[in-house]
Design a protein around this ligand. Structure first.
Ligand SMILES: *Cc1c(COP(=O)(O)O)cnc(C)c1O
Length: 246
């Protein structure tokens, strides 16, 4: 078995165990492979093992990688999970099958315009910031801009809002991480009730180190990088950051 296949088997065991413990079906939890900083060959190898959903966090990095993947398999989807500046919205709509890091009304309008120009309907997730960490991306759930975004989204007809995404505080104790996931679930229920025109089902939460907690709290999509592809090297992270600036 390849290294990747072994890692995937271990992840599968963990997902199945977490689903069993939570009394949930395995089929209710989608595995997104986070391929940022890893080469196109690794994406192809993961695809060969049956993975059909990938996450990347930078537009520029992905625009280079995607050229080595063409023609892309129709059934494989690549989503952006990192912060998107609105001046890169049009490029992102061209390159990605979904944007899981929608974090402002302005960005939503840019994405909708770009998707309309391409005749595309773009799946999006609203990224919510539930941790007090300064560095974390996402919308403040109580901000005025957030309320406006929720009101406006159903009318942005080239966007399909599927749900919410969050990143738990880094290195926090389990109870705090779990509280963050629970808060996203509660927010989804609250917003779904208050905005019946929005169809928000997806809860994207949980990464390599904490996805069992996320599954326990109702995650429908987990985002796994390190546990599948291995550790991201500091060199690869730096190269990706520099590419984005240039
Ligand atoms: C990198 C990243 C992940 C994957 O993290 P791992 O700990 O490597 O599994 C998940 N979500 C987002 C938004 C990321 O940027």
């Amino acid at each position: 078995m390849s290294h990747l296949a072994e890692n995937l088997a271990r992840i599968e065991e963990r997902i199945e165990r977490a689903c069993r413990t939570a009394g949930r079906l395995r089929s209710d939890v989608e595995l997104m492979a986070v391929s940022k900083t890893f080469p196109a060959e690794d994406i192809l190898a993961a695809e060969a093992l049956g993975i059909t959903l990938f996450g990347e966090n930078r537009v520029q990095e992905w625009s280079q990688k995607v050229t080595s993947l063409s023609p892309k398999h129709e059934s494989t989807k690549h989503h952006l999970i990192g912060h998107l500046q609105s001046n890169k919205a049009a490029r992102a709509v061209e390159l990605f099958d979904g944007i899981d890091s929608l974090d402002s009304l302005k960005l939503a309008e840019r994405l909708n315009d770009a998707a309309a120009k391409l005749g595309k309907r773009l799946p999006v997730l609203i990224e919510v910031k539930l941790s007090t960490e300064e560095t974390k991306a996402g919308l403040d759930p109580d901000a005025v801009d957030t309320a406006q975004l929720l009101e406006r989204l159903p009318d942005l007809s080239n966007l399909e809002t599927h749900g919410l995404m969050t990143i738990a505080p880094w290195g926090a104790p389990d109870d705090e991480t779990r509280a963050c996931f629970r808060a996203l679930h509660e927010l989804r229920d609250k917003w779904a009730a208050a905005h019946p025109r929005l169809n928000i089902q997806t809860l994207s939460m949980g990464m390599s180190g904490d996805f069992e907690l996320a599954i326990a709290e109702g995650a429908t999509r987990i985002r796994v990088g390190t546990a599948l592809f291995g550790k991201r090297t500091p060199e690869a992270l730096r190269a990706a950051a520099e590419m984005e600036q240039g």
